[in-house]
Design a protein around this ligand. Structure first.
Ligand code: FAD
Length: 241
């Protein structure tokens, strides 16, 4: 991983919210369940929602061997993958400064197909374990037909940025006197109790990795912090993002 942001990954708008260290980036990738994969075909951008897993220094993407997304990436086209964690609605006194607390990662690069059978199986294991830790050893492993029907690609985590917003609203000085409520509204995230399949065999109990399922802990607390003191502005306000 490049130690510093590249010209393509340096956060320009509110650079203090940018982070480039692997611990921050990895924590967001690990907590996220869904990524968005952007690529261009014949001049037309497509952004495909899909599952992912981080395995060490690579991000894994998988799907049908017939997937246009995977076949396009296998051609070596440039790809942009994002993972977004929405944490809180930020309720400002003004509509203009209303916002959201979030943690997101953008990863650029080129992906390659994993073909060697043992490496492919290991990548599939990592993908299943990312989604449901403990599941790989507690389900039927893919057979040869299923392996053939599945493609899995790896994208090196080499050029990436994180951007994180935490804290309360940052209103204009004169607006703090207004009578509108302000603060944050946390987005409650969690999983319910496992719901058994209608065809589940009698007596099969849900494993503890499902009854106690939780995503890995957060990269950075999204708690309510006091807004920083603002210095008087000499130019028109710009909306933070
Ligand atoms: C939460 C989630 C997780 C998923 N996980 C995986 C995964 O791990 N692996 C995987 O292969 N696929 C996954 N999918 C499905 C994925 O989004 C694509 O539909 C699939 O990969 C087929 O891709 P393709 O490029 O072959 O699509 P194509 O069928 O070739 O796409 C053709 C057109 O269909 C439309 N389209 C395709 N996908 C979507 C979509 N998801 N939503 C709306 N319109 C769409 C678009 O207009 C697109 O241009 C997931 C989808 C979601 C929402």
């Amino acid at each position: 991983m490049k130690k510093h942001p590249t010209t393509r990954t340096r956060v320009r708008r509110l650079p203090k919210r940018g982070a480039y260290d692997r611990a921050t980036i990895d924590a967001i990738l690990d907590e996220g369940l869904v990524c968005h994969v952007g690529f261009v075909v014949d001049g037309q951008p497509f952004v495909i929602p899909t599952l992912h897993a981080r395995d060490g220094d690579r991000l894994l993407l998988h799907g049908s061997a017939a997937s246009r997304m995977l076949r396009t990436l296998d051609e070596g086209v440039a790809v942009c993958v994002t993972v977004t964690l929405a944490d809180q609605l930020v309720i400002a006194r003004s509509a203009f400064h209303s916002s959201m607390n979030y943690r997101s990662v953008m990863l650029l690069g080129k992906a390659r197909l994993i073909e060697e059978p043992a490496a492919k199986m290991e990548a599939l294991r990592a993908l299943v374990e990312h989604l449901i830790p403990g599941r790989w050893d507690d389900c039927r492993q893919p057979n040869a037909t299923e392996m053939k029907a599945t493609w899995i690609l790896e994208l090196p985590i080499d050029e990436a940025s994180a951007k994180i917003r935490t804290g309360g609203p940052i209103d204009d000085d004169e607006d703090y006197e207004l009578d509108f409520w302000a603060g944050v509204l946390p987005l409650a995230k969690g999983f319910g109790k496992p719901v058994a399949d209608v065809k589940l065999k009698n007596g099969v109990k849900p494993p503890s990795y499902l009854t106690r399922y939780a995503r890995p802990s957060r990269a950075r607390s999204a708690s309510l912090e006091l807004p920083p003191k603002r210095s008087p502005r000499s130019r028109a306000p710009r909306k933070p993002r």
